[in-house]
Design a protein around this ligand. Structure first.
Ligand code: HEC
Length: 116
């Protein structure tokens, strides 16, 4: 019994679980690596092009305006949906939904790393 408790605690710590954040980093990581996010049809996942935060600006979450593929957006969720619709060939997900919160939480851990 004690072992199980220790294991659970270790998982929480290893997963970077933080009560201050709305999204779940572990779930977000799984979504980021899933080619079926948003019903994706191209076999690509976010990970295919953004492994370890590649092509994600370090200041991503601090910009007021974001530009992607000739479009201007004001929040990261809308950019994520562009990447779900174009490279993944899927359908945009709810920008305020749980999946998006989880994805953004994971992406924040990627952009928080110092640029290469
Ligand atoms: C086929 C490659 C590819 C895939 C797959 C892909 N992206 Fe992108 N993504 C790009 C490219 C290329 C850009 C830069 C586009 C530009 O500058 O116009 C980009 C830009 C972005 C940006 C803006 C980065 C910045 O700093 O402005 C975000 C956020 C992003 N992608 C998230 C995602 C997410 C989340 C997924 C998975 C749903 C995903 N991308 C899947 C190629 C991809």
């Amino acid at each position: 019994m004690k072992k199980i408790f220790i294991l659970a605690t270790a998982l929480v710590v290893a997963g970077g679980w933080s009560p201050a954040k709305a999204g779940n980093v572990d779930k977000g990581k799984a979504l980021f690596e899933s080619p079926t996010l948003g019903g994706g049809t191209t076999g690509k996942s976010c990970q295919s092009c953004h492994a370890g935060g590649e092509n994600l600006g370090a200041d991503l979450f601090n910009r007021k305006k974001l530009h992607i593929m000739g479009m201007t957006k004001t929040n990261v969720a809308d950019i994520v949906n562009v990447c779900i619709e174009k490279p993944l060939g899927g359908t945009a997900i709810d920008p305020k939904g749980e999946e998006m919160q989880d994805l953004l939480a994971y992406m924040e851990t990627l952009t928080a790393k110092p640029a290469k």
